[in-house]
Write a protein that binds this ligand. Structure first.
Ligand SMILES: [Zn+2]
Length: 378
């Protein structure tokens, strides 16, 4: 009896235990509730970091109503988050950019609407957008940036070029993107693309030491004259098929010239310069390093019967059919202002069937195709 009495806790201690127990239960319940709330957000697609911030800022029901939204997620993850811009974030198209939220805040401050901000973000990289967000609001955003290939970093150049040339927006964008507003051969873009997509122009130079990787010698029966001619394997395989198919229709197409090394181009350039002068070479002969012949994808074609290709049935046939074999007519008369070269009826360039067909059907030159679809240095 005496022992049992001793073991019974005192009344005050029991109340304390009760309180502590209750607190513990509440804590457990709250933790479960918190994890459940966060679980709902992460299930929606929000990161743990963003979900924590959403709960901390008491925006859960707001976010749940909107649902999954990458820009909103980025906003809650960012230290640049601004409560007053909350309604904008979810309506602006997400881009994976380091200073996305900071730049969105700046653009909102400059009074761009959500659509315009989405447009700006999708036409440049983080650096471009950061620079753009620092300047005052500009006009004519929509006119230019409905085109996928417009670049916000070129905005001022577009305006200047348009004023100077009177070209429409689309042509302006394409032509500025391939640097036609700059002086030829000055500060060229350097390319080391060895694929059939390589673009070489008066504004795009091949890297020093550029030699195609897969050069083969073209069988002499396909060559006009005695000289050895080389081209890239893929281009030649397709050209051979083209010439063979043309033969079945009574056409006699030969190759006059194809791959030319940098050194050979120097020789050609100097030869023609000596013979016909600066003006001629500017129009017809590429400066070394700027020649498509150095890529192994450019071919000068000829008819077996005539020395003036443009007057032959072989020429007509080639213009009509070469796209099926992956070749584009590279320097047509109609596009002299874009290519910078006068009509070269004989010069065809391998780019692959898909691109060649698109270029042919849409009456483009390859420079334009490149600016529209391949120029990824956004
Ligand atoms: Zn040529």
């Amino acid at each position: 009896m005496e022992l049992k009495k001793k073991l019974k806790p005192k009344k005050g201690l029991r109340i304390l235990e009760y309180i502590l127990g209750t607190i513990l239960l509440i804590a457990i319940a709250l933790t479960i509730f918190y994890f459940y709330e966060r679980y709902q957000l992460t299930e929606l697609g929000y990161s743990i970091q963003a979900s924590n911030e959403i709960l901390l800022k008491m925006k859960k029901s707001y976010v749940m109503e909107i649902g999954e939204n990458k820009t909103l997620n980025a906003a809650f993850e960012s230290s640049d988050y601004k409560e007053k811009n909350l309604d904008h974030y979810s309506k602006i198209k997400y881009q994976k950019q380091k200073h996305l939220i900071r730049n969105i805040n700046s653009l909102i401050k400059r009074k761009y609407n959500n659509n315009e901000i989405s447009m700006i973000l999708s036409h440049g990289n983080d650096e471009d957008v950061t620079a753009f967000a620092k300047r005052d609001k500009v006009e004519y955003l929509e006119e230019f940036f409905t085109y996928d290939y417009a670049k916000i970093r070129n905005y001022d150049r577009y305006l200047a070029y348009m004023n100077e040339t009177g070209e429409d927006e689309e042509n302006t964008i394409i032509q500025v993107n391939i640097d036609l507003d700059k002086e030829p051969y000055k500060d060229p873009v350097i390319t080391d693309d060895y694929s059939p997509k390589v673009l070489v122009t008066k504004h795009r130079k091949l890297k020093d030491g550029y030699v195609p990787k897969d050069l083969i010698t073209i069988p002499q029966e396909y060559v006009k004259g005695e000289e050895k001619v080389k081209g890239t394997r893929i281009a030649w395989q397709n050209l051979k098929r083209m010439i063979d198919d043309a033969k079945k229709e009574g056409m006699e197409i030969l190759v006059n010239s194809a791959y030319r090394s940098y050194k050979e181009q120097v020789k050609v350039f100097d030869l023609y310069k000596g013979l016909y002068g600066d003006e001629y070479v500017a129009k017809y002969v590429s400066t070394p390093g700027f020649s498509e012949h150095q890529t192994g994808y450019g071919f000068d074609l000829a008819s077996a019967k005539s020395n003036v290709f443009s007057t032959t049935k072989e020429y007509d046939w080639t213009i009509k059919n070469s796209a099926k074999y992956g070749f584009v007519h590279r320097y047509p008369t109609s596009s002299e202002s874009i290519t910078g070269f006068s009509n070269e009826s004989w010069h065809f360039r391998y780019v692959g069937k898909k691109i060649a067909t698109y270029v042919y059907e849409n009456k483009l030159v390859y420079d334009e195709y490149f600016a529209m679809f391949l120029d990824k240095e956004n």
